[in-house]
Ligand binder design. Structure first.
Ligand SMILES: [Zn+2]
Length: 259
């Protein structure tokens, strides 16, 4: 019999494999080597991740259309990976074209916005116009980089305007996770993923107690970060079996229509 850590055995016994809602395809301006797809698949195998939903790094930081096209090509021949179409509020018409091209493809599961790299804050007219266009293309999911309580609050206002659009607050507000949890509490269509460099003790438990386990997702930022980092935050929260099942798998399966 293979001798494996208890936590790993428990996950295998109860959960069909983790769904990771926050990953990236391609290089960043940081030292990440190797083949992008190979890196992702290796990390997924190591951490029992059955599905990872990823966006193109190039589409976020450099060329939206080229990055989305490269991601679409990579997804076609790869099992276990799904994609977000990256959009940019500075280019509304082009963003709509990207969504209309890729959201019809089976491998694309949602839409990504990165307000910081786009230099366009949530709450500005340009950002509101883009979010309205995303909501018009429902059912889909919006994942949006959120690194402050102010940004989370502004997204809460958008969530109220578009109650049928699920919105994932990627990074859950960073260091301002206490305020961000209240946004999820107040809006049933807001979800939290916690990957970031702030692994503060207690933030996952605080979010569960504030917003409930149904609105918490597992997102790791692979392969920019190792999933071990975010898994440690969740394991440190001493999740019950029901919480693990919901957070590691069932909430994301429901949200993205994965069976
Ligand atoms: Zn990320």
């Amino acid at each position: 019999m293979v001798n494996r850590p208890a936590a790993s055995r428990n996950r295998e016994a109860r959960i069909m494999g983790i769904i990771d809602v926050h990953g990236h395809f391609g290089k960043w301006p940081f030292p990440i080597g190797g083949d992008p797809v190979g890196n992702l698949l290796e990390l997924m195998a190591r951490f029992d991740i059955e599905t990872a939903i990823v966006s193109s790094s190039k589409a976020i930081v450099y060329d939206m259309a080229e990055g989305n096209a490269e991601l679409a090509e990579a997804l076609r021949d790869t099992n276990g990976l799904l994609g977000y179409v990256t959009t940019n509020p500075n280019y509304l018409a082009a963003s709509c074209r990207e969504m209309d091209t890729y959201l019809r493809e089976e491998k694309f599961a949602g839409v990504k916005i990165h307000p910081s790299y786009s230099r366009c804050a949530v709450g500005t007219p340009r950002m509101s116009d883009l979010i309205s266009e995303i909501a018009r293309r429902s059912p889909t999911v919006l994942k949006i980089h959120t690194f402050s309580a102010a940004a989370a609050g502004a997204i809460g206002a958008e969530a109220a305007r578009h109650p049928d659009l699920p919105i994932i607050l990627a990074h859950a507000g960073g260091a301002e996770w206490r305020e961000t949890a209240k946004v999820a509490r107040d809006h049933a269509n807001v979800y939290l993923d916690f990957c970031c460099g702030h692994s503060d003790r207690g933030k996952v438990r605080h979010a569960i107690e504030t917003a409930g386990r149904e609105q918490i997702l597992f997102g790791s930022d692979l392969d920019l970060l190792t999933p071990a980092f975010t898994l440690g935050m969740f394991e440190g929260a001493e999740l019950s079996d029901a919480e693990k099942q919901a957070i590691y798998h069932d909430n994301a399966a429901r949200l993205f229509g994965l069976t």
